[in-house]
Design a binder for this molecule. Structure first.
Ligand code: PLP
Length: 420
């Protein structure tokens, strides 16, 4: 049966679908699959216990059934939105009202709305694009537009650091904002690299966005104040020209599909109209469960005292293992500044990162090939084929066994290649 142009675009192979498929198999596959691939957050006992207790209270009070038995408005649950406004105003003095906030079915859903609102084909006959000022960027952005060819990305500057580490920075000299750019978008901390854009980089992007009268989208899925999987001291950023996207997923509720968008009322109004058509309303379960945590600010203490140290410790263990086991001068790790991932760079790897992904998959280890994380980058750059993303958040034995197999595979590849 022939599909529409839309149908063909959204049914073909995409990196994010492969990743979610692998993730699902990994979740179901039990012991024989070492899942270092997807973006699933860890099952942190303290968080799971707290969420269980909250759900039990809601069940006892009849609120869980109430929530399931009713639609919210297209912007999502009012009580939750008002509490989010209070939380951010108290923490950062931002002067938000309910008109600045809406909920979506996960922040992935918000990006689909945003990219299609701000980029694509315009009635003037012009086409506008979303600019990723620093590639690599989140794989989930890559296909989130009904139009073709709407992303443009810029290669980063690479700074080599001690202990086989490196860091990406925005190359502002190469960043050209032409009139066909509809918005700038960054994830901070960045998925896949764990990079955190510095305050200076954010303030420069903010100035550029304002100068060109386009919004700056900041994807804060891992950032502060929750889940706060961020290991650098940086300032949260918001103003009338910022679209800040948050999520309850990495706090421990990915199955609840709750994204939070903070922006000026015009953007929020446009997006809630979209939401009404696309979804009627976003799911209410996540907001209902998290509401007491937002109201009491317990979400902040849990993020600071449980979630952040949990991930920081795990990332350090994984880095140590990788350093010990991969014995090659061409191996680098991106400085781990946040998120759930380590970004590994195998300089001059004899095979491409997607071939490495396949080899590892045959051995039962799932990682994600780095080449998916360069949406919008037109240049032919070997670096895009030399990196993989590794999720370090899973069980310690899974991570250790996975790293073991990865190290053996990579060491062999380098050793068999005469030039190393
Ligand atoms: C950077 C980033 N943004 C957005 C998302 C989407 O998350 P969700 O739709 O679960 O809120 C993810 C998920 O992994 C992510 O890593």
């Amino acid at each position: 049966m022939p599909y529409s142009i839309f149908g063909n675009k959204f049914t073909r192979h995409s990196g994010i679908t492969e990743l979610m498929d692998d993730l699902n198999k990994g979740v179901k596959g039990g012991d024989d699959i070492l899942m270092l691939g997807g973006g699933n957050p860890a099952a942190i006992p303290e968080i799971q216990d707290r969420l269980t207790a909250l759900m039990q209270e809601l069940l006892d009070q009849g609120k869980l059934v109430d929530t399931l038995a009713n639609y919210d408005g297209p912007k999502g649950k009012d009580t939750f939105i008002t509490s989010i406004a209070h939380l951010f105003n108290d923490l950062y003095g931002w002067n938000l009202t309910a008109d600045n906030i809406m909920l979506t079915n996960g922040s992935q859903n918000a990006f689909f709305y945003l990219f299609n609102l701000l980029a694509g084909n315009f009635s003037s006959g012009k086409k506008r694009k979303i600019l990723f000022p620093l590639a690599p960027e989140y794989i989930g952005y890559a296909d989130a537009s009904v139009s073709e060819d709407v992303f443009v990305a810029v290669r980063p500057k690479i700074t080599e650091l001690e202990n086989q580490q490196f860091k990406y920075n925005i190359d502002f000299d190469a960043l050209k904002i032409t009139e066909n750019i509809g918005a700038i978008c960054v994830s901070r901390p960045t998925n896949p690299t764990g990079n955190v854009l510095t305050d200076l980089e954010i303030s420069k992007l903010d100035a550029l966005a304002k100068q060109h009268n386009i919004p700056l989208i900041i994807d804060n899925a891992y950032g502060t104040p929750f889940p706060n999987i961020i290991f650098e001291e940086v300032k949260p950023h918001f103003n009338d020209n910022t679209i800040l996207c948050l999520s309850l997923s990495k706090f421990g509720l990915p199955g609840a599909r709750c994204g939070i968008v903070i922006a000026n009322p015009t953007i929020i109004k446009a997006m809630s109209n979209l939401s009404g058509i696309m979804a009627l309303s976003p799911g209410g379960i996540g907001p209902e469960i998290a509401l007491p945590l937002i109201k009491s600010k317990e979400i902040i203490t849990l993020s600071n005292n449980v979630i952040k140290p949990f991930y920081q410790q795990k990332s350090q263990v994984a880095i140590e293992l990788l350093r010990q086991k991969i014995c090659n001068k061409n191996f680098r790790i991106h400085k781990a500044e946040g998120a759930l991932f380590l970004w590994l760079w195998f300089k001059d790897l004899p095979i491409s990162s997607s071939e490495l992904y396949k080899k590892l998959k045959e051995k039962g280890v799932i990682v994600v090939s780095g080449h998916y994380f360069f949406p919008g980058l037109e240049q032919d750059w070997p670096h895009t084929q030399e990196c993989i993303r590794l999720n370090y958040a899973q069980d310690a034995t899974v991570v250790e066994r996975g790293i073991d197999i990865l190290a053996k595979t990579v060491n062999e590849l380098y050793d068999n290649n005469m030039s190393y």
